[in-house]
Design a protein around this ligand. Structure first.
Ligand code: FAD
Length: 334
């Protein structure tokens, strides 16, 4: 494999119903830094139906080039057609790095591409860097239960690929009017050759809380003692207009759904304000919230590790403090 043939940093641009996933814009920000350090182009790969116009957004968030596969066969995400498009693009234009959001779609696509290309894939990356002279991608992620950060290298193959967690990288400030080169590509795939069919789309009707998008997250842990005790977390979140987060132990106890779990095996959140109530502050929890703007911890144990990770700490009983906070905020926000 001649490494000289592989150039440029790529970001897979995830799109659904005409909207680009926020993680793709975050990855353009991270990708821009890698591309500048390496002195190469940053490109987005956009696959979908009637998506060409989204190239402009991709440029405005930092890309120099957008490879577009625009065809009705890409109307809904399906592994096969998207994989063939990305493989086609790799064969023609040979990138040295491809980044994907660690979303269900990004993970599915990246792993499918990695099984076909003779290369590796680092999953769930939380830090990225690149060696300026060799182009070696340094993809770091928590390992061994979150106790260490492992930096994973792909020394022998190209492209180097990584999925990156949403909300970990920062998107660049949008630069309206910034343009670049659109490269339109095609693959000759017929609908009858695709094994997966989308028969129906069932939209979730329950009110699903997007804790990864909330400005305020009120998270509770086992210190709330029971599902009933955990209602205090819901009440405080309601008063503040925030979302509810939880530690894994709370999810495992069945007090709340897994969508709310914050941490290494849950979601990563970076709200403006994060309340950690009755949460001890295990490393696996901290990796999912430590970049929040303001962290306020309430715990009755003054030695709880969460106090090492918070901006403000209140040592005391959640069952006394939280009702007072609810009352206070109710009055203040009335
Ligand atoms: P505990 O550790 O039991 O802490 C409860 C806290 O509440 C204590 O600090 C206690 O002092 C305090 N408390 C008790 N009563 C009160 C009261 N009345 N008022 C105020 N404070 C009180 N965990 C996650 O959260 N997210 C993850 O994604 C995650 N992934 C993991 C992945 C792996 C591979 C492993 C091994 C573990 C993972 N964990 C994860 C579990 C993690 O290690 C901890 O076990 C978990 O975070 C502890 O949850 P907790 O803080 O709610 O409970």
């Amino acid at each position: 494999m001649n490494f000289e043939d592989y150039k440029g940093i790529w970001v897979y641009i995830e799109e659904q119903e005409g909207v680009i996933a926020p993680v793709s814009l975050e990855l353009l920000g991270a990708g821009r830094q890698l591309a500048d350090k390496r002195g190469v182009e940053l490109a987005g790969v956009l696959i979908g139906n009637r998506v060409k116009h989204l190239s402009q957004t991709v440029f405005e968030y930092g890309a120099d080039t957008v490879y577009v596969y625009d065809d009705p066969i890409f109307e809904h995400y399906r592994t096969e057609p998207y994989m063939y498009a990305l493989l086609d693009c790799c064969q023609k234009h040979k990138p040295e790095v491809i980044l994907y959001g660690a979303t269900p779609t990004g993970k599915d696509l990246a792993s499918a591409v990695a099984t076909d290309l003779p290369t590796g894939l680092t999953a769930d990356t939380t830090m990225l860097d690149i060696e300026e002279d060799t182009g070696l991608l340094l993809a770091s992620r928590p390992a061994f239960g979150g106790n260490i950060m492992a930096t994973i290298l792909c020394k022998k193959y190209r492209p180097q690929m990584a999925t990156v967690r949403p909300k970990v990288m920062k998107a660049l400030k949008r630069e309206p009017g910034r343009t670049g080169k659109v490269v339109e590509e095609r693959i000759w795939l017929r609908e009858e050759d695709v094994r997966t069919k989308v028969l129906e789309i069932v939209r979730e009707t329950t009110k699903k809380v997007r804790i990864d998008e909330a400005d305020i997250v009120v998270a509770g842990g086992k210190g709330l003692e029971s599902k009933e005790g955990f209602q205090l977390i819901h009440q405080l979140a309601d008063v503040l207009g925030g979302a509810v987060g939880a530690s894994r132990d709370v999810v495992e106890a069945g007090w709340i759904d897994h969508h709310h779990q914050v941490g290494q095996t849950g979601v990563t959140v970076t709200p403006k304000i994060y309340f950690a109530i009755g949460i001890s502050g295990a490393i696996q929890h901290l990796v999912g919230m430590q970049n929040s703007g303001l962290i306020i911890a309430i715990n009755k144990d003054p030695h709880a590790p969460i106090f090492q990770a918070c901006h403000y700490g209140i040592v005391g009983d959640a069952f006394e403090i939280v009702p007072l906070l609810i009352e206070h905020f109710k009055q203040a926000l009335a």
